[in-house]
Design a protein around this ligand. Structure first.
Ligand code: XIL
Length: 377
């Protein structure tokens, strides 16, 4: 198979080609009932969505679950550099196109994630190994702008919100990370460039800085660093519209059965007040609950996950700037958290709104209840 190298926008023709292998679209109205999360959210001006891709895209029951619940889809990995860029010269859009085509056919919106994952670990190795030549800053800028312009431009008609930059801060030190690109361009300059290129290629799209700072007491350094970054980007007039709050709740690091960690709601509200005070919108972009530190008993565990999710969503939705809520996967069967540390009792993890057999869990009902309780926006 040839690699799709064209920088042309995503058209109806590429849509049909990419979607040909998939099942026929479901009639949107039938797919999403009035009690779906999509409909309950929409009643309050909130878009609900989840992520799909790879194995989950190949599972018809999982696709059906997404079509039934979601107004929005995010490709889990397929729009990252690691998936789109086999090397410095080529783009491979096949997997991303299939997701966009499926979403389009099912009348579901698409978010783009992510035009720049500012972390060497998650970029393809060739970016670090690339020959930046005798004018490395010029070559680094060319590479970055070319990538952002090509990807954002291709999907600008279908994607109305992009995570332009992901995880630029080292949460251990509070400093901006160093990458092959930032070594030549400067860190803040790299981020600014990505936002400017995105605005140019997709002028109508919401442009988001996305990161994993949260409401736990031990996340103060990360929260402060994100505020400083947003301030700097504002000062430079970089076109940033919103902060994506990933919302991976709980903790993948703690195995002690002490609950989901010590929270600092006051500091979290102060943080959100400052972010919204600067004029940024908020999105919940990757919600799940890592429940390693909760008891094994399923009813107890699910109830605690649901209560935690409800309290969190009530707080986030108390900000009218929160108009998007996305879960990072709908079913325990495929959650990325399954790849992290196993539970000390060895039991399967339950971080998602639906169980491994696609049965709804209290977490799913907590999202519905939070939407029902939210003020319209
Ligand atoms: C994760 C995917 O879910 C995994 O499949 C992949 O191996 C690594 O990335 N923050 C992000 C997402 O911004 O892109 C990550 O997704 C989860 C953490």
């Amino acid at each position: 198979m040839t690699i799709e190298q064209s920088a042309l926008p995503f058209t109806r023709r590429s849509l049909l080609a990419a979607g040909a292998a998939l099942a026929l679209p479901l009639p949107a109205a039938a797919a999403r009932s009035p009690s779906s999360l999509a409909a309950l959210g929409a009643a309050k001006g909130i878009r609900f969505g989840s992520t799909i891709g790879g194995k989950t895209m190949a599972d018809p029951r999982y696709r059906q679950l997404n079509a039934a619940e979601c107004a929005l889809i995010v490709p889990e990995n397929e729009m990252k550099w690691a998936a789109l860029r086999p090397d410095a010269r080529h783009f491979d859009f096949r997997a991303a196109d299939r997701i966009v085509a499926w979403s389009t056919a099912n009348d579901i919106g698409v978010r783009g994630h992510t035009l720049l994952w500012h972390s060497e670990r998650w970029m393809p190795q060739w970016v670090a190994d690339h020959d930046y030549g005798s004018s490395p800053a010029i070559e680094a800028e060319r590479l970055l702008v070319d990538h952002v312009a090509t990807v954002a431009g291709r999907y600008a008609d279908r994607v109305d919100s992009f995570d332009v930059v992901n995880e630029a801060i080292d949460s251990e030190t509070g400093k901006l990370r160093e990458t092959a690109l930032s070594r030549h361009l400067g860190a803040i300059e790299t981020l600014e460039l990505a936002f400017r290129a995105a605005r140019q290629a997709a002028p109508e799209a919401q442009l988001v800085y996305n990161d994993y700072m949260g409401w736990r007491s031990d996340e103060g350094l990360h929260r402060d660093a994100v505020l400083r970054l947003l301030e700097q980007l504002r000062k430079r007039r970089a076109p940033v519209d919103a902060l994506g709050v990933q919302s991976h709740l709980g903790s993948k690091f703690s195995d002690t059965p002490t609950g989901l960690g010590s929270l600092d709601e006051t500091a979290w509200r102060r943080f959100l007040d400052e972010v919204t005070g600067m004029g940024f919108d908020l999105l919940v972009t990757e919600m799940d609950v890592h429940e390693n530190p909760l008891p094994g008993d399923i009813a107890v565990r699910d109830a605690q996950v649901a209560a935690h999710a409800r309290a969190y969503l009530d707080l986030m939705l108390s900000y009218p700037q929160t108009k998007t809520v996305i879960c990072w996967g709908l079913s325990d069967r495929y959650s990325w958290l399954g790849d992290f540390r196993q539970r000390p009792d060895g039991l399967p993890k339950r971080p998602s709104p639906f169980d491994a057999n696609y049965k709804r869990k209290p977490f799913r009902d907590a999202i519905a209840a939070a939407f029902n309780a939210a003020a319209p926006r």
